[in-house]
Design a protein around this ligand. Structure first.
Ligand code: ADP
Ligand code: ZN
Ligand code: ZN
Length: 784
């Protein structure tokens, strides 16, 4: 098997002395080498005889025997056949700081590595946060106590030592053992030499304890819902009792399909409560947690007594390490976080419920190796744990909907109505082509008369408004002012336009600069067109422009009352939290932003939602464009009408009759799904078929093409046998990123199994080597 035993060979490698060996282990080495499926074989030295699977170790690796880290994936009594004991290297050391990965997590990693065609070491890297591997914030403290029996004679003691002894003796039992530094300051002594002396003489007992410094104080969000839990509606009650029924009945899959504002979160809270009461732990996944501080706030305020571990990207390394440890040692009973929280080290026998909120959200799919889908891994994890998994959303992904309604793999639970007193907003679609003709000046208008009046009325009535600018297609590009020239600034490393940004660090806006959104290259804005020397113009209609127009339409609102959130104006998740708090207090009247404001917000004062460009996501070169558009409009419209006043949404669109827009406006998900699924059948696309995408990457275009052709030829015989259709090779929609040309091959098959067979065989035969030159994406959600 190629690549499997690469660590052998080289003459200076430390070989195992057979008589000093306590057995053998297979180790997945951290990093990109694909040693699928077994890992590398190492000898376990006697001193590490108790080493078990999941333990992190140090091993000599490669020809130079560089010290590498890895994780033991299996222990073996016998050396695999074909290996000579004298040629196998020995494990160097065990990392006893990092708790071993549980059997379920190891098994999950193996499944991910197999299913998503990813080196085991890369999967394990993703599973074990860097902060945990590095031991961020970890300190070893000496805890001091009195010995069980007082020594008969204490000999001569210095004044400091006397003071220390007296201090310890005076401590109430609950305060002992006490940390050495703390004791020193209580006793009023300088340094810890005197304490160490006492320990040395047996007058005090010192024990080592590890703790994580600086790991406390995750920002428990201030937007805490107060008051007692609401009485469940009849629908909620039915769902909660149906699901309570299955809580201790092993693995089962469920979809909570409830319109926006129907009280899905309340259902989650009740189920979490029951799981914890039954003595088990629960896992709640949410999309990009920084964007849904409200959900976390509701969780923390509902269960003040229950330890909760929160894992998200806004944590410091020490905080992350600490939150992870809370889950690992079983302290936390509820673990919540974004995609990677699915790897939270909840003890295997403890997990009793997995919930995936907003299961349709594309952020659950990781866009680099391992390219796993958090929702699908969640289902797998629940299966391992033998517990139910609940997917919740107002707009199920078509994969989930298909698995529910056609394949009956998932049980459907409905919340068809909004929570008591709330109505679904009336959504009005306006034809923006016509709207624009109503202006009789030559300015570019982004907010038409209907939306403009809607905003003015809403504000005059004391309401609040959200205004969504669909990010896609609304970036600011730089182009030649002479239309006959047609020059546009593109990234030198990518086949994509560069986007103009105006940094706004607090009060002083900096100079504009250009950034490539694919490789993050930055450069200054050119003054003149390099092709013809004419001046340049900014075209495209960014959030900044909409903000300017908004301020013209609403001249009575102060600068603080209109806030724009996008990647230029927000430095950190905390900035967004602050804005949302101000929105909650009513200080912010209009919130303008991109996709980040479409999700999960629940503010009763919001009466109007405007969508500036409802259709730009429709024109994406992606077969899910309609599905995404439907979800976006439905989700953002769902942000209003959550208070006493009725909600209203206005969607501007150049394609007002597109089914995704028309049906989203009518809240008719099922009709949309039916039509869209028929299209997917017609064009042989997921979820009707399963898909994998292979992207060959090389700086040299000819080499990339040749490699893709070779790969295709290698796959062809197996594909015919497995009934897998191969499409391509063809350049990706973005044909070059960061200087590398990208050629894709798409695989389509009637079942996931067929694709797996083909890919595993190719991997074993050495035709498929995931890494820099080849990205393998199984069940892709983005096709650029
Ligand atoms: P979803 O998650 O389905 O969008 P939420 O759980 O955010 O809906 O509920 C919307 C609003 O309705 C929230 O403010 C919530 O507190 C409230 N709510 C939920 N269930 C009830 C209920 N049974 N009675 C009254 N209000 C409720
Ligand atoms: Zn670029
Ligand atoms: Zn020009």
């Amino acid at each position: 098997m190629p690549g499997l035993f690469d660590s052998l060979g080289g003459d200076d490698s430390p070989r195992a002395e057979t008589d000093a060996v306590a057995g053998w282990a297979s180790v997945a080495v951290e990093g990109g080498m694909d040693t699928f499926p077994e890992g590398l074989t190492y000898a376990v030295p006697r001193g590490l005889a108790s080493l078990g699977p999941g333990q992190r170790v140090e091993v000599p690796f490669g020809r130079g025997n560089r010290r590498a880290r890895g994780i033991v994936v299996a222990r073996m009594e016998e050396l695999p056949s074909g290996l000579a004991a004298g040629r196998v290297k020995s494990i160097l050391a065990a990392d006893d700081r990092t708790p071993p990965l549980s059997a379920h997590l190891l098994d999950l990693a193996a499944w991910i590595s197999r299913y998503y065609i990813c080196p085991m070491g890369v999967t394990l890297d993703a599973m074990l946060p860097a902060a945990v591997r590095r031991g961020a914030g970890l300190v070893t403290q000496t805890m001091v106590d009195l010995p069980a029996e007082a020594p008969t004679s204490s000999g001569r003691l210095g004044p400091n030592q006397k003071s220390v002894l007296a201090t310890v003796a005076d401590l109430p039992a609950a305060k002992r053992p006490i940390e050495m530094g703390e004791l020193a300051s209580l006793a009023g002594v300088e340094g810890t030499a005197s304490i160490r002396g006492l320990i040395g003489r047996g007058l005090l007992i010192g024990t080592q304890r590890r703790s994580i410094r600086g790991g406390d104080g995750i920002e428990a969000h201030a937007m805490l819902a107060s008051g007692p839990p609401p009485e469940l509606t009849e629908d909620q009650h039915r769902v909660v009792s149906d699901l309570t029924e299955v809580l201790d009945k092993g693995f089962s899959r469920h979809l909570l399909y409830g319109v926006t504002g129907s009280g899905k979160t309340e259902v989650y809270l009740r189920l979490l409560e029951r799981t914890v009461a039954a003595g088990r732990s629960a896992l709640l996944l949410v999309p990009e947690i920084a964007l849904t501080p409200q959900t976390i706030g509701r969780l923390l305020s509902r269960f003040p007594e229950v330890p909760v571990s929160v894992l998200h990207s806004g944590l410091t390394p020490a905080q992350r390490h600490r939150q992870w440890t809370l889950a690992a040692d079983g302290t936390a009973r509820i673990v919540t976080g974004a995609r990677s929280a699915i790897f939270a080290p909840i003890p295997d026998d403890s997990l009793g419920l997995v919930i995936v909120d907003e299961e349709h959200d594309a952020s659950y799919k990781q866009d680099q190796a391992p390219r796993y889908h958090g929702r699908d891994v969640a289902i797998r994890r629940a299966q391992q744990a033998g517990c139910p998994v609940l997917l919740g959303t107002a707009t199920p992904s078509l994969e989930t909907w298909h698995n529910t309604t056609a394949r009956h793999l998932i049980r459907l639970h409905r919340l068809p109505k909004r929570a008591p007193g709330l109505n679904l907003p009336k959504v009005q679609v306006v034809d923006f082509g016509k709207e624009r003709r109503r202006f009789n000046d030559r300015r570019v208008h982004l907010i038409g008369p209907t939306l403009g009046k809607g905003l003015a009325d809403c504000i005059a009535d004391g309401g609040q408004a959200l205004l969504l600018l669909n990010r896609r297609g609304y970036a600011n590009y730089i182009a030649c002012s002479d239309q006959r020239c047609g020059w546009m600034q593109t990234c030198s490393e990518c086949d994509a336009g560069m986007v103009c940004h105006r940094p706004e660090r607090r009060d002083h806006p900096g100079p504009e600069f250009l950034r490539c959104h694919h490789c993050d290259a930055e450069q200054r804005v050119p003054r003149t067109c390099p092709e013809c020397g004419h001046g340049v113009v900014v075209f495209g209609l960014g959030t900044q422009r909409v903000e300017e127009e908004l301020r013209r339409i609403l001249p009575d609102l102060g600068p603080e009352a209109i806030v724009r959130v996008d990647s230029d104006s927000m430095d950190s998740p905390r900035d967004l939290h602050r804005v949302l708090e101000a929105l909650g207090r009513g200080e912010v009247r209009v919130l303008l932003g991109t996709q980040m404001i479409a999700k999960g917000l629940d503010f009763p004062g919001v009466r109007l939602v405007g969508v500036v460009n409802g259709d730009t996501s429709l024109s994406m070169p992606d077969f899910r464009a309609s599905e995404r558009t439907f979800q976006l409009i439905n989700q953002v419209a769902g942000r209003c009408g959550r208070g006493e006043a009725a909600g209203r949404a206005i969607v501007q669109s150049f394609q007002p009759d597109a089914p995704a827009i028309r049906l989203a406006a009518l809240h008719r998900f099922e009709a949309f799904a039916q039509g869209e699924l028929e299209d997917r059948v017609r064009f042989d696309l997921p979820p009707h078929r399963r898909m994998a995408r292979l992207v060959v990457r090389d700086e040299d275009e000819t080499k990339a093409k040749a490699a893709a052709e070779r790969l295709l030829e290698n796959l062809r015989p197996g594909a015919a046998a497995a009934e897998v259709e191969l499409r391509g090779p063809a350049p990706c929609p973005i044909a070059r990123i960061a200087g590398r040309h990208r050629i894709q091959i798409e695989l389509l098959a009637p079942s996931a199994g067929a694709i797996q067979t083909l890919l595993q065989d190719a991997r074993r035969a050495g035709h498929l080597r995931p890494g820099e030159g080849l990205a393998v994406d199984v069940d892709p959600v983005a096709l650029l």
